[in-house]
Design a protein around this ligand. Structure first.
Ligand SMILES: *[C@@H]1O[C@H](CO)[C@@H](O)[C@H](O)[C@H]1NC(C)=O
Ligand SMILES: *[C@@H]1O[C@H](CO)[C@@H](O)[C@H](O)[C@H]1NC(C)=O
Ligand SMILES: *[C@@H]1O[C@H](CO)[C@@H](O)[C@H](O)[C@H]1NC(C)=O
Ligand SMILES: *[C@@H]1O[C@H](CO)[C@@H](O)[C@H](O)[C@H]1NC(C)=O
Ligand SMILES: *[C@@H]1O[C@H](CO)[C@@H](O)[C@H](O)[C@H]1NC(C)=O
Ligand SMILES: *[C@@H]1O[C@H](CO)[C@@H](O)[C@H](O)[C@H]1NC(C)=O
Ligand SMILES: *[C@@H]1O[C@H](CO)[C@@H](O)[C@H](O)[C@H]1NC(C)=O
Ligand SMILES: *[C@@H]1O[C@H](CO)[C@@H](O)[C@H](O)[C@H]1NC(C)=O
Ligand SMILES: *[C@@H]1O[C@H](CO)[C@@H](O)[C@H](O)[C@H]1NC(C)=O
Ligand SMILES: *[C@@H]1O[C@H](CO)[C@@H](O)[C@H](O)[C@H]1NC(C)=O
Ligand SMILES: *[C@@H]1O[C@H](CO)[C@@H](O)[C@H](O)[C@H]1NC(C)=O
Length: 394
């Protein structure tokens, strides 16, 4: 191992001078140290097409500067559940873990290759251990100026991507695939953003089994556009207000041109109410041109998330929802909610205002027509306002 590192270090130094890529060769053992060293010392790092790197130890590459990683082959996480249980990097936020912290300034990852989370081992493990640590394959952490493009990500044990404490991050041309050959995958969100500013997720195709994209606390100035999301839980703001000690802000988010197929939700905003809720705001959100195809709940705002009606009235949500426009949802619901095609529920006495719904044209399956909606404690504006009977508005 020592010799190998030395070899890489020397080649790395030479490579930087010669401006040719440091090419990483699979060692047959753990390739994490070599990859980490190359990212720390080379301007260009190449993982060739026929190479599969086995990552057996946690990857901390948080200080990468002006580096291009051309991932043409595969990065695959090793199925040692016990090792990762003890050594994956933990986050306080939602008690999640990651295999790989990638951060720094000026990073490009592309090349058409694969990040393989080897998730089936974890989904199997989950059946006998509900507290199993299931790491996230790629976390952009304390990154500024990070581009991840033209990569396939498959089989995440848990979420695929977390963007944490970062800014100026772009994902494009990403293919996400979750396929289970037995015990089902679980919590395989495509992306979660947290404490991050200026993030774009564009031109990507996702097949997974949880949120396609989820904007978690303090996600600001976000663009999501041109996605196909299949089998997901939709594109969600939140949940927010889960922790009483925090102010949660999701502001300036545009979600445009998204196809949602076979999903449990489409466009969704979820905010906690009740005794232990936190505060904050969801402000200036635009969902534009969403096609739904066989989606259980095409449009859902829930400001009483995980809170029963009594508690929601007694302890109103303290995360305000303002300035939200949903323009152009077209397509079909699945009928699993029968005739219901939209549900906008605000917490009694909370701030929930300037909500517009335009061009809403969703049909339930034939036997449930016509479609119905639910609405409470808000005043819906926009050309679809007539679809919403918000009689209980206070
Ligand atoms: C990752 O490495 C950096 C040094 O580059 C260190 O400061 C940081 O504490 C490490 N992070 C974790 C979670 O180990
Ligand atoms: C992705 O990378 C492959 C291999 O480098 C390349 O052939 C292909 O054109 C790239 N695709 C895009 C969309 O950039
Ligand atoms: C469940 O997984 C956790 C974390 O991966 C581990 O610490 C614990 O020992 C496992 N429990 C059992 C019963 O294996
Ligand atoms: C599900 O996981 C359990 C526990 O690891 C395993 O015994 C079983 O074979 C798996 N089921 C399938 C269908 O793969
Ligand atoms: C979405 O799927 C359609 C139909 O399969 C395809 O034409 C389109 O290119 C896909 N879009 C993206 C961004 O992958
Ligand atoms: C959404 O699906 C339609 C119909 O299949 C397709 O024309 C369009 O390109 C898709 N949008 C994206 C962003 O892929
Ligand atoms: C979000 O940002 C606000 C304002 O900067 C801050 O007070 C709050 O603690 C942050 N919340 C989280 C969850 O980081
Ligand atoms: C949201 O956008 C407005 C208008 O561009 C801007 O004034 C505000 O600072 C932005 N909010 C955040 C958190 O960046
Ligand atoms: C959606 O679900 C239907 C019915 O289960 C299935 O026939 C279809 O192939 C699915 N579509 C996609 C894109 O997976
Ligand atoms: C509503 O939730 C509160 C707080 O969790 C609980 O104490 C109460 O029993 C619940 N009421 C009903 C009707 O379920
Ligand atoms: C909502 O938009 C209105 C009109 O643009 C603006 O006056 C108000 O400050 C916004 N609300 C918040 C919480 O920023």
């Amino acid at each position: 191992m020592k010799l190998l590192s030395l070899y890489v270090l020397i080649t790395a130094t030479l490579c930087v001078r010669a401006a040719v890529p440091c090419t990483i060769v699979a060692s047959g053992g753990d390739d994490a140290p070599v990859l980490a060293l190359a990212l720390a010392s080379c301007r260009q790092v190449l993982i060739p097409k026929d190479t599969t790197l086995s990552i057996r130890t946690a990857l901390n590459t948080t200080n990468v500067k002006n580096t291009h990683l051309s991932l043409q082959g595969t990065i695959k996480y090793y199925e040692d559940l016990e090792y990762w249980g003890a050594n994956a990097f933990p986050f306080e936020f939602q008690n999640v873990y990651t295999f790989w912290l990638l951060g720094g300034k000026g990073i490009v990852v592309d090349g058409g290759g694969v990040i393989d989370g080897n998730g089936q081992f974890w989904w199997d493990g989950l059946t006998t251990n509900s507290s199993l640590v299931r790491p996230i394959p790629l976390t952009v952490y304390q990154g500024d100026g990070v581009i991840i493009r033209n990569i396939t990500m498959k089989q995440a044990p848990f979420w695929f991507n977390l963007v944490h404490t970062s800014k100026n991050v772009v994902y494009s041309d990403i293919t996400i695939r979750t396929t289970s050959n037995g015990n089902k995958s679980s919590n395989t969100d495509g992306w979660d953003t947290y404490r991050s500013n200026r993030v774009a997720i564009i031109n990507s195709d996702i097949i997974n089994s949880d949120d396609c994209v989820s904007f978690k606390p303090n996600s600001t100035n976000i663009l999501v556009s041109n996605l196909n999301c299949t089998g997901s839980h939709g594109i969600s703001v939140g949940s927010l207000g889960q922790y009483p000690q925090y102010i949660d802000i999701v502001e300036n988010v545009t979600v445009r041109n998204v196809n949602l197929t076979n999903a449990s939700n489409g466009v969704r905003i979820k905010v906690w109410a009740g005794a232990n809720r936190g505060s904050g705001r969801v402000n200036n959100i635009l969902y534009e041109n969403t096609r739904v195809n066989n989606v259980d709940n095409p449009l859902v705002f829930d400001q009483c998330y995980m809170t029963n009606a009594t508690a929601c009235a007694a302890q109103a949500a303290r995360v305000d929802i303002t300035n939200v426009t949903v323009r152009g949802i077209t397509g079909t619901s699945s009928g699993s909610a029968k005739s219901l095609i939209a549900s906008l529920i605000c917490s009694p006495g909370a701030v929930c205002e300037n909500i517009r719904v335009d061009d809403f044209s969703v049909e339930p399956p034939e036997q449930y027509k016509p479609g119905t909606t639910k609405c409470s404690n808000l005043d819906v504006q926009g050309n679809a306002a007539d679809l919403f009977d918000c009689a209980s508005t206070v």
